[in-house]
Design a protein around this ligand. Structure first.
Ligand SMILES: Nc1ncnc2c1ncn2[C@@H]1O[C@H](COP(=O)(O)OP(=O)(O)O)[C@@H](O)[C@H]1O
Ligand SMILES: O=C(CO)[C@@H](O)[C@H](O)COP(=O)(O)O
Length: 532
């Protein structure tokens, strides 16, 4: 589809399973979307769900060249579809959070002189000191986490500085592991990027800085001063500050797009690259979240996030700098067992069909006759526990459920967990609360109905499946006027409003009131048993 006359803005999202892009016209309407699925379109990298799970079951990586090749492919697909790159005034993007990329010495030189006759994956081959990037699903850095917490005092002290206690997937702990296990590789590294700033670097033809919002997911940045925390850097690895570069506001214009993209695809020479950020911050922008709303992202991971003014970091959940307003913050809780667990149960109980999965949700009652399930296929993040637990209405452990019961138990259990943990962080569902849903599973209205019932609030969605991409296209547009003091909300005030998808089923509130209490007690019990 060709861009209509006038300027347009691009937003990319390097997420776990795919690379996606959207283009919006200057009137904020969508004019193009495209994507590249890693497993099916880049088979040579042999990923499952975009990742490699290593033999220890804890280490999880993705090949960095797969992301580079996906970028070649998506730009070629856009070109083949007749997309007019000469209209792009600015671009931005997002990446799965926490993942890290290790550029070899001299990579910066290579980035600045890319030959437009060749694809990026050929030009950047050999430029990475670590070919398999650690990503957010990794949980192999417990030793580094406890070392970091001890170095600054305790878990709460680290949260008070960086917005989060130490988490295995957070970048600083991944960097510490690489420094300890492969010191040569660490010293060969000239720059460490997040997935987001790595992607921005390619567009910029130079090492791009980390933005405040995605930088908050590293256990390295002081979220109040918005500078690297020296005690955290020192406890992580030597010479780290120089390898990270200084963080910048998420609205920063980093520079003009590299001449590679001008010559190969026809971007204008003055097309601006606006700082890339994390996919959850990107979604906050795409959904135009307001204070009081709760966002639920149902992607590979499930996340719940909120816009907050006065952050109060605790040892559960995370506080990130807000990607569209430097004075504000966002609170986020991440659940690792999201879509991949729903897919496993769909395959086991619904013959691999989302339609059959949905039919089961429709044919089973709110509350599942008291049958409750907790499904942590992989070591969960919130809470840190693993295993499958099924309970009957008397809270006795049972071996199995019928297929239909299992499907409802899974979806109810996942949403009960989200509400229990959001409320633990002090969030209150009040009359007027809107739940904004996004991510792949938000296209399933029967899943959204359970979400609405458990949260006792209306659920809204936006037309564009990928809110992170859309949010980054909005951020690209806003980046051009942010320095002049124009607020994000003002820059995107004419964008389409989220649409009401479902409202709570009458009577559901009462059923879930008691199930929420039961869920909290059962989860506590599992956690106690895990720790023994
Ligand atoms: N109709 C559906 N019902 C439930 N889940 C779905 C449906 N369609 C897609 N999904 C889920 O969406 C997931 C991908 O979500 P997405 O937000 O694109 O992921 P990511 O951004 O992490 O790559 C898939 O793993 C799939 O399980
Ligand atoms: O670890 C987190 C957030 O803290 C994850 O939410 C990642 O950002 C991955 O995102 P998806 O690919 O699942 O959208």
């Amino acid at each position: 589809m060709a861009a209509s006359r006038g300027s347009c803005y691009l937003g990319f999202d390097f997420s776990t399973q795919q690379l996606k892009v959207v283009a919006i016209h200057e009137d904020l309407n969508l004019i193009h979307q495209n994507n590249v699925q890693f497993d099916s379109e880049l088979k040579e990298f042999r990923t499952q769900g975009g990742v490699h799970i290593h033999a220890d079951g804890l280490t999880v990586t993705s090949p960095v060249l797969m992301w580079v090749k996906a970028l070649d492919m998506i730009l070629d697909k856009m070109k083949a579809a007749g997309f007019d790159f000469s209209c792009v005034r600015a671009l931005s993007g997002s990446g799965q959070q926490h993942g890290s990329v290790y550029w070899k010495k001299e990579a910066c030189q290579v980035l600045s002189r890319l030959d437009p006759e060749k694809p990026l994956h050929k030009l950047l081959q050999g430029q990475f000191a670590v070919e398999d990037s650690p990503i957010w699903m990794d949980s192999s850095t417990s030793a580094q986490c406890s070392n970091l917490e001890k170095a600054v005092g305790c878990a709460q002290t680290l949260a008070d500085i960086t917005g989060s206690r130490a988490y295995e997937r957070f970048t600083g702990n991944q960097v510490a592991k690489i420094h300890q296990s492969k010191p040569d590789v660490y010293s060969e590294t000239e720059r460490i990027s997040l997935v987001s700033s790595f992607a921005a670097s390619i567009f910029l033809g130079d090492h791009a800085p980390v933005d405040y919002s995605d930088g908050s997911g590293m256990n390295l940045m002081d979220i109040f001063s918005k500078q690297w925390s020296l005690p955290c850097l020192q406890a992580t690895a030597p010479g780290l500050q120089a390898k990270l570069g200084a963080p910048v506001p998420s609205t920063a214009v980093l520079g003009d797009v590299s001449s590679y993209f001008v010559k190969r695809y026809g971007f204008p020479m003055d097309c601006k690259v606006v700082a890339f950020t994390g996919d959850n911050p990107g979604s906050l922008a795409g959904m135009r979240l307001q204070e009081g709303d709760v966002a639920v992202s149902l992607g590979t991971s499930d996340t719940v996030f909120l816009w907050i003014k006065e952050p109060n970091p605790t040892i559960e959940g995370h506080i990130f700098c807000n990607p569209v307003d430097c004075q504000s913050y966002m609170a986020l809780i991440c659940f690792k067992n999201g879509s991949l667990t729903r897919e496993r149960i769909r395959n086991a109980c619904a013959g691999g069909s989302w339609d059959v999965f949905s039919r089961s949700l429709r044919s089973t009652p709110v509350g599942n006759h008291g049958s409750l399930g907790i499904y942590f296929d992989a070591m969960e993040i919130t809470p840190p526990a693993v295993g499958i637990y099924r309970f009957n209405k008397e809270d006795q452990t049972v071996e199995g459920f019928s297929g239909e019961e299992e499907i409802r138990a899974l979806v109810e259990g996942q949403f009960l967990a989200k509400r229990v943990h959001a409320e633990k962080l002090g969030y209150k569902i009040i009359p007027g609360t809107r739940v904004l849903a996004t991510g792949g599973a938000s296209s399933n209205v029967d899943i959204l109905q359970v979400l609405s019932d458990v949260f006792n609030a209306p659920v809204y969605t936006i037309d564009v499946a990928n809110s992170a991409c859309l949010g980054c296209a909005y951020r690209a547009l806003h980046g051009l006027v942010a320095e002049a003091g124009v607020a994000f909300q003002e820059a995107v005030r004419n964008a389409p409003e989220p649409q009401l998808a479902v409202t709570p089923t009458p009577g559901a509130e009462k059923v879930y009131e008691s199930l929420l209490r039961r869920y909290a007690v059962l989860e506590e019990k599992i956690l106690r048993e895990t720790k023994q």
